[in-house]
Write a protein that binds this ligand. Structure first.
Ligand code: K1U
Ligand code: ZN
Length: 169
């Protein structure tokens, strides 16, 4: 297993649109295992392949309290969304230290392949629904700060660039 470096906003690679996974093979299974290890180490509840500079449609999630219910979603597709939405506080491992409100569907159904290549539909609500929508946005190159006002987004961008400059000194 391996820990993978996570891209930090405003890295332009975070805006790459991911391609479908062609086959659920040993490479993809190893990538999913490494992404889960990276997510747990970073204390996140989700991670998209985009964030580790791999541009294939793969996400991992674990929203359980005990951190023992890993989910691997390959080629995820939204097949149903609730009529209602909710403003939720979000964070992102690619935008460390920033939390803000984003409006998301209250519930979604997602069709995806699991790590064995089996097709399944996940019925998500609560934090799982928020996390799935956040991670699927990463796969189309969208970071949650893009839902915020241009003023807030620019302040976050400046703060991140400054923090990265200081870290590299
Ligand atoms: O995609 C990511 O960067 C992971 C991100 C997922 C996420 C968190 C919160 C709402 C939506 C999506 C994180 O795990 S951020 C860190 C975190 O563990 C967390 C932050 C706020 C609430 C719950 C967890
Ligand atoms: Zn994120």
């Amino acid at each position: 297993m391996a820990l993978l470096p996570i891209l930090c906003y405003p890295d332009p690679k975070l805006h790459t649109v991911a391609k479908p996974v062609a086959a659920v093979d040993a490479r993809i299974q190893q990538l999913a295992a490494d992404m889960l290890e990276t997510m747990y180490e970073a204390k996140g509840i989700g991670l998209a392949a985009t964030q580790i500079n791999v541009h294939e449609r793969l996400i991992v999630i674990d929203v359980s309290e005990e951190r023992d219910q890993p989910m691997v979603l390959i080629n995820p597709e939204l097949v149903w969304t609730s009529a209602t939405t909710h403003l939720n506080e979000e964070g992102c491992l690619s935008v460390p230290g920033i939390y803000d409100g984003v409006t998301r569907f209250d519930a979604v159904h997602v069709k995806a392949l699991d790590e064995k290549g089996n097709s399944r539909v996940i019925e998500a609500d609560g934090l799982l629904a928020v996390c799935v929508q956040h991670e699927m946005d990463h796969l189309v190159g969208k970071v949650f700060v893009e839902y915020l006002s241009p003023l807030k987004r620019n302040r976050i961008k400046t703060k991140m660039i400054k923090a990265q400059r200081e870290e590299s000194r």
